[in-house]
Design a protein around this ligand. Structure first.
Ligand SMILES: Nc1ncnc2c1ncn2[C@@H]1O[C@H](COP(=O)(O)OP(=O)(O)OP(=O)(O)O)[C@@H](O)[C@H]1O
Ligand SMILES: [Mg+2]
Length: 252
């Protein structure tokens, strides 16, 4: 067998370090007069272990991009590779499987089920993943401990503060041990103290190797990530925004 050249082994190492690769991705909603081009040729690479934020004006395509990255939606055209797999080649069942296995989601409005306790909410994704009940209970408890909610296991969402509800949502997002955590404005509904608690948890998760990508409108939140990606009119116009550029954009 031929030994790979240094260049070949180097490029394959670099390749496997990518978790997200979007190539010329377009997303068009509707047709005819109601047609909206939400993404207009997005190119973006995110490596394993990165902690990124996505910024940009309302309507610039951030959530649309997150939905595609999270396999909740597919591009109209262009390519998306998730962990080096061409997502276009997967059918809906395979896509749902990958989503459940590799990705955790956190949203601005928590999306917890009101009739279930914190523990039951966190156990739910494992029901879909086919984890046995005893293991579900153990892993959900561990995930809730990890976000500092071991004393709130049996509370329902309306018996928890906003910050605590978001922590339950984070526990639910990480309970299947995803390699990628996606958060769309996770601190949008929180005050500054609870925002900081959530950001601390994201940093800790990132330190254990989980890639974190978060949409935010708040420069102070974005500054706490390692890399800021900036969208305008459905495109990435800065893939690594500097502190100076952030200040300049904020002052407009
Ligand atoms: N399901 C949909 N059907 C039609 N148009 C849509 C749909 N979802 C989003 N859009 C449009 O696509 C564009 C991008 O929307 P998107 O939600 O991605 O923006 P965003 O950057 O997340 O904005 P915000 O900061 O307000 O959350 C907008 O013009 C929006 O109106
Ligand atoms: Mg949005």
């Amino acid at each position: 067998m031929k030994t790979p050249s240094l260049k070949e082994s180097l490029s394959s190492t670099l390749e496997t370090r990518e978790i997200i690769r979007l190539e010329n991705v377009f997303k068009i909603y509707g047709s005819g007069e109601t047609e909206v081009q939400a993404l207009a040729g997005v190119n973006l690479v995110i490596k394993k272990g990165e902690y990124c934020s996505i910024m940009g004006a309302s309507g610039s395509g951030k959530s649309t991009a997150m939905n595609i990255i999270g396999c909740l939606d597919r591009p109209t055209s262009g390519r998306y590779y998730l962990d080096n797999v061409d997502v276009a080649k997967l059918d809906d069942t395979e896509l749902a499987h990958i989503r459940n296995q590799k990705i955790g989601f956190v949203f601005q409005q928590f999306h917890l089920l009101p009739q279930l306790t914190a523990l039951e909410n966190v156990m739910l994704p494992m029901v879909y993943a086919g984890v046995k009940p005893k293991e579900r209970h153990y892993r959900a408890t561990e995930a809730l401990k990890r976000v500092g909610l071991e004393k709130r296991l049996h509370n329902k969402p309306n018996q928890l503060s906003g910050g605590q509800q978001q922590r339950v949502a984070i526990a639910r997002a990480i309970v299947n041990r995803p390699i990628l955590l996606l958060a769309d404005e996770p601190t949008g509904a929180l005050d500054s103290r609870t925002t900081q608690e959530v950001l601390n948890i994201f940093s800790e998760l990132n330190a254990t190797g989980i890639t974190v990508v978060m949409v935010t409108h708040e420069p102070d939140v974005a500054r706490q990530t390692q890399r800021i990606i900036y969208f305008r009119d459905g495109k990435v116009i800065y893939s690594h925004l500097t502190a100076d550029q952030l200040l300049e954009l904020g002052s407009r």
